[in-house]
Design a protein around this ligand. Structure first.
Ligand code: GTP
Length: 170
């Protein structure tokens, strides 16, 4: 049979950027306009079947509120992939995402596969962070960059497939 990979995946990013919404969209196909803020962290599991491998994700959806920051290393330790999320309508969330990237570069697993996710692209009229700025930051830091909407499902499955494909190769 084809190979089987189990991988820890962590989502990090400012509160309200849509981490839980992205995971619920991927795992359950659901979206809620009034998604409650995560306390501590939440765990989900989901398997993706590719031609070359089956990838089982153990997903840690962390809480973005600053008071939970000190817990984050427990969740990114040993992770194979990290999804750092910002909200395109919030410049602060983009700056916060850059802080997460720096922390992961310093303290994360050296082979960590990182994706910078610009979420809420359905809110184009409220956009504060230009696509080229996200893309440039990602390129300069060796991250994959994707624009998503948990609300419309744009690029959400693609995000997790890209990660699975990368992990299946390693
Ligand atoms: P914390 O748990 O506090 O860290 O937040 P989070 O990053 O998990 O964000 P969450 O998924 O709870 O979403 C916050 C709010 O943004 C909710 O009201 C969601 O409905 C909304 N939201 C999430 N993703 C999108 C999106 O792609 N588009 C729009 N328009 N709203 C979104």
């Amino acid at each position: 049979g084809s190979k089987s990979v189990q991988a820890k995946l962590v989502l990090l990013g400012d509160m309200g950027t849509g981490k839980t919404s992205l995971v619920l969209r991927f795992v359950k196909g659901q979206f809620f306009d009034f998604q409650e803020s995560t306390i501590g962290a939440a765990f989900f599991s989901q398997t993706i079947s590719l031609n070359e491998a089956t990838v089982k994700f153990d997903i840690w959806d962390t809480a973005g509120q600053e008071r939970y920051h000190s817990l984050a290393p427990m969740y990114y330790r040993g992770a194979a992939a990290a999804v750092v999320v910002y909200d395109i309508t919030s410049m602060d969330s983009f700056l916060r995402a850059q802080k997460w990237v720096q922390e992961l570069q310093r303290q994360g697993n050296p082979t960590l596969f990182m994706v910078l996710v610009a979420n809420k692209v359905d809110l184009a009229s409220k956009r504060k962070v230009e696509e080229k700025d996200g893309e440039t930051y990602a390129r300069e830091n060796g991250l994959l960059y994707m624009e998503t909407s948990a609300k419309t499902a744009q690029n959400v499955n693609e995000l997790f497939y890209e990660i699975a494909k990368h992990l299946a190769k390693t």
